[in-house]
Design a protein around this ligand. Structure first.
Ligand code: ADP
Ligand code: MG
Length: 242
C-alpha cells in the first residue's frame, strides 16, 4: 500500500486560485459565445446547440457553487458536533447516488464519544466531497465504507472504497485546485475539503492501490463535550444499505 501523510501542505494562494477560476470559467464562456454566434447565423438549424450552451452554463454554475463554500467567513458557527451523527447524515445524503451507481454504503463506528468543534454543515460538506469521490471511483457491485473511531485526543474518520484506486502521482496532486482526472470533474472538491480540515487543525491522508481501492483517513481534534445520547458498551454497527 502506498501512503502519503499530508497536512494540507499544498494549499493554493489566493492568486493561484483566482487565476484558476478565471481560466475554468472562461472556457465554457468562450464556448457559449461561439455557439451563440452559430445560433445567430442560422437560428432555424441550430437547435442542437442549445443543449451544449445549457451544459456549459451548468458547468459554470457548478464551479461557482463549489467555490462559494470557501467564500464564507473564516470562522463559522463552531459548535460541538457529534461526528457519528454527521457521518450517518452523509451516508443518508449520498445514498441516492450510491443506489444509482449500484454501490453499497456501509457505516461502522466504535462506541467512543466523538465530538469535534465544527460548523455542522461544513463537516457534512467535507465528507460528502470525499464520499462522492469514493462513489465515483467504485464500479458496480462495490462498497464504500465509512468508519469512525475515537482515539484519545482525536476522532478518526476513514472512508474506504473498492474502486479504481490512484497512483502515487495522483495522490501527490490531491487538493490542487482544478486537478481532476474526470471528464466532467471540477477538481475543486478536495481543495475545499483540505482547506476546511486544515482550518480546523485536522489532517487527511490517502492510502491507495491502483485497481483495488482507496482509503482516506481524516483526523480531527476531539473535544470532551458529552451531550448524552451516545450509548456506551456494545460496539455499534449500522448498515445503511441492505
Ligand atoms: P473531481 O471529483 O471534480 O475530479 P476532486 O478534488 O474531488 O475533484 O478530486 C480530484 C481527483 O482525485 C479526482 O479526479 C480523482 O482522480 C482523484 N480521487 C479522489 N478520490 C478518489 C478515490 N476515492 N478513488 C480514486 N480517485 C480519487
Ligand atoms: Mg470530487
Amino acid at each position: 500500500a502506498e501512503e502519503l501523510v499530508r497536512k494540507s501542505d499544498k494549499l493554493a494562494t489566493v492568486g493561484q486560485l483566482a487565476a484558476g477560476v478565471a481560466h475554468e470559467i472562461r472556457n465554457p464562456l468562450t464556448s457559449i459565445k461561439g455557439f451563440l454566434k452559430l445560433i445567430e447565423r442560422d437560428p432555424a438549424g441550430s437547435k442542437q446547440y442549445f443543449s451544449i450552451v445549457n451544459s456549459e452554463l451548468s458547468r459554470i454554475d457548478l464551479i461557482s457553487s463549489q467555490l462559494l463554500v470557501l467564500a464564507k467567513p473564516q470562522v463559522e458557527k463552531s459548535v460541538p458536533v457529534d461526528v457519528d451523527a454527521a457521518i450517518r447524515d452523509v451516508a443518508v445524503l449520498m445514498k441516492p447516488q450510491a443506489n444509482l451507481a449500484n454501490v453499497s454504503i456501509r457505516t461502522h463506528s466504535d462506541d467512543g464519544m466523538k465530538y469535534v468543534l465544527w460548523d455542522e454543515n461544513q463537516i457534512r460538506q467535507v465528507f460528502m466531497n470525499i464520499v462522492k469521490n469514493a462513489l465515483e471511483a467504485t464500479p458496480v457491485g462495490g462498497t464504500v465504507t465509512l468508519m469512525t473511531k475515537s482515539t484519545g485526543d482525536e476522532v478518526q474518520i476513514v472512508i474506504e472504497d473498492t474502486g479504481i484506486g490512484m497512483t502515487q502521482e495522483t495522490i501527490k496532486r490531491l487538493g490542487e485546485p482544478f486537478y481532476t482526472t474526470k471528464g466532467n470533474g471540477t477538481g475543486l472538491g478536495l481543495m475545499v475539503s483540505h482547506r476546511m480540515i486544515d482550518r480546523h487543525g485536522g489532517t487527511i491522508h490517502y492510502d491507495s492501490i491502483p485497481g483495488q481501492g482507496t482509503r482516506v483517513t481524516v483526523e480531527l481534534t476531539r473535544i470532551g463535550k458529552s451531550r448524552g445520547g451516545l450509548t456506551q458498551g456494545n460496539e455499534r454497527n449500522y448498515l445503511v444499505n441492505s
